[in-house]
Design a protein around this ligand. Sequence first.
Ligand SMILES: [Ca+2]
Length: 151
Amino acid sequence: MLFNADFENKVASPWFTFQQNPSIELTTPINQGFSDSKCARIDQSPQTVVAWSNWKQTVYSLTPGGNFELSAQVRMTNITDGHGMSLGVSFFDANGQPVGQSITSPFQTMALSTFEKQTVIGQVPMLARRAEVRLTQHDHGSVWFDDIELI
Ligand SMILES: [Ca+2]
């Protein structure tokens, strides 16, 4: 259901980024991935004011009323000061208005020295026609995401 879910494409598209603070770095570094080479990374240096940031992708193929499972391989270092990392999905109706509640994994604030699979499950609202997958970080430190899966 996701495109470029392993971040190996030359360009990050169709992933797009959001950052509340322009000092937050969102990159797809080489030779740091869980699978093959590349992955998505978010860095908030100690000099940056902690803020929300994420990698996002729009999805049209979820079944209204159906269940979903979103998972990712995640690694985290030097995590301090914020809410942590989470995976989430938000839903929108045919008019583009938010529908139902965003479903997010519990915020992870402990360091993960090697990649570990993180998962969140939920149900798609009946009125949902579009979803947005989010890989979120709100912390000083670095987070790596790879092999995102939505089923
Ligand atoms: Ca990869």
